[in-house]
Design a protein around this ligand. Structure first.
Ligand code: F6R
Length: 245
């Protein structure tokens, strides 16, 4: 079998605070180097400590974000912006109400979905992402690109897998309240970013990280596409890295 050459940089941290401080420093360094900057953002538990640090940097160190435009990865279909589990609500609460960016964009899961998909793809093709922040699902999804998503996919509507619905039910009253569909950037949109940072913490990510790094690239493990992308740094805590050598 042909050996796979992995080009990604993987950093493993004993200390979670240090991990997030380093991601924050890396990100702010990039933001300061550019006169305009397109930042791709993720929602979810993994991103929260990073957003807390960005708010702190903004408030205490007066880091300027006014030249930064943000582009989120995904959103549930059918949740109003006022729903506490919608991604637009999450972003508003965790970041946007604390920091004024130049503009902030999120795909919309309301109204005409075909138009929303086309609109987001056009937006992304006109505004290449300078740095994309990613988490990873326990089934290896990145954004909501579930297992089986083609590598050349653009923004699309996706049927969420039972695993993702179960994992994300912690944000809802019950598993039955989790929307069955979402709108997500595709893998090709993500791979078009100039740089990627992927963060994974906790035991429930260990299997996905192992498969991403150690097993053959396959659409069954969407994150494995990232192993062919050169400009990525993967930040892991020891639990997420626990199945690696
Ligand atoms: C969310 C997203 C997802 C999450 C992933 C991990 O915008 O793109 O891929 O990054 O599901 O979620 P958490 O961080 O909640 O474990």
């Amino acid at each position: 079998m042909k050996e796979r050459v992995i080009v990604m940089t993987i950093l493993v941290y004993e200390n979670l605070d240090l991990l997030y401080d380093d991601v924050k420093d890396h990100l702010i360094d990039q933001i300061k180097r550019h006169q305009t900057f397109n930042l791709g953002l993720a929602t979810g538990s993994t991103s929260e400590p990073l957003y807390e640090r960005l708010i702190d940097a903004h408030d205490t160190h007066k880091v300027d974000f006014s030249h930064v435009s943000t582009f989120n990865l995904d959103e549930y279909v059918g949740l109003e912006a006022s729903h506490h589990a919608s991604y637009v609500y999450f972003m508003q609460e965790k970041l946007f109400k604390h920091i004024s960016f130049k503009t902030s964009h999120m795909p919309s899961g309301l109204g005409n979905l075909v138009e929303n998909v086309n609109f987001y793809n056009q937006l992304l093709s006109k505004n290449p992402i300078d740095l994309q922040i990613l988490g990873i699902g326990s089934n290896g999804h990145i954004a909501f690109n579930e297992p089986g998503t083609p590598v050349d996919s653009l923004t699309h509507i996706v049927n969420l897998t039972d695993q993702t619905i179960f994992d994300n039910s912690r944000f809802f009253e019950s598993v039955d309240h989790v929307p069955a569909k979402a709108i997500t950037m595709g893998l090709a949109n993500i791979m078009a970013a100039k740089k990627i940072i992927l963060i994974a913490t906790g035991k429930n990510k260990a299997q996905a990280i192992y498969k991403m790094v150690k097993e053959a690239q396959t659409t069954n493990m969407p994150a494995s596409v990232l192993t062919t992308y050169e400009n990525i740094t993967v930040y892991l805590d020891q639990e997420a890295a626990s199945l690696l050598d």
